[in-house]
Design a binder for this molecule. Structure first.
Ligand SMILES: [Zn+2]
Length: 88
């Protein structure tokens, strides 16, 4: 089994905390349509960069919205669910 680096472990722990914060921020509902339960966390500007799990890069989405965000990037960009990079 591949050993997990400390850096990776720390990142995973941060992500677990942030996912919980996103859930609380959205009261467990999709932060896009507000019609369905939050199913998973979407990375608006992807998972690259030094801190991809920062809260302003995360949106809690229901599964249909999450699927649509990836399947229809133009739509996702127009509704703020996709950016080309993290803006500081
Ligand atoms: Zn939704």
């Amino acid at each position: 089994m591949k050993p997990v680096s400390d850096k990776r472990r720390k990142r995973d722990a941060i992500y677990a905390t942030r996912r919980q914060q996103v859930w609380e921020r959205g009261n467990g509902m999709c932060e896009h349509c507000y019609m369905a339960a939050m199913g998973s966390v979407h990375h608006v500007a992807g998972r690259g960069g030094p801190d991809p799990h920062r809260l302003d890069n995360l949106k809690g989405l229901c599964e249909p919205c999450h699927r649509k965000a990836h399947a229809e990037p133009e739509w996702a960009r127009s509704v703020g669910l996709m950016r080309s990079r993290i803006e500081n």
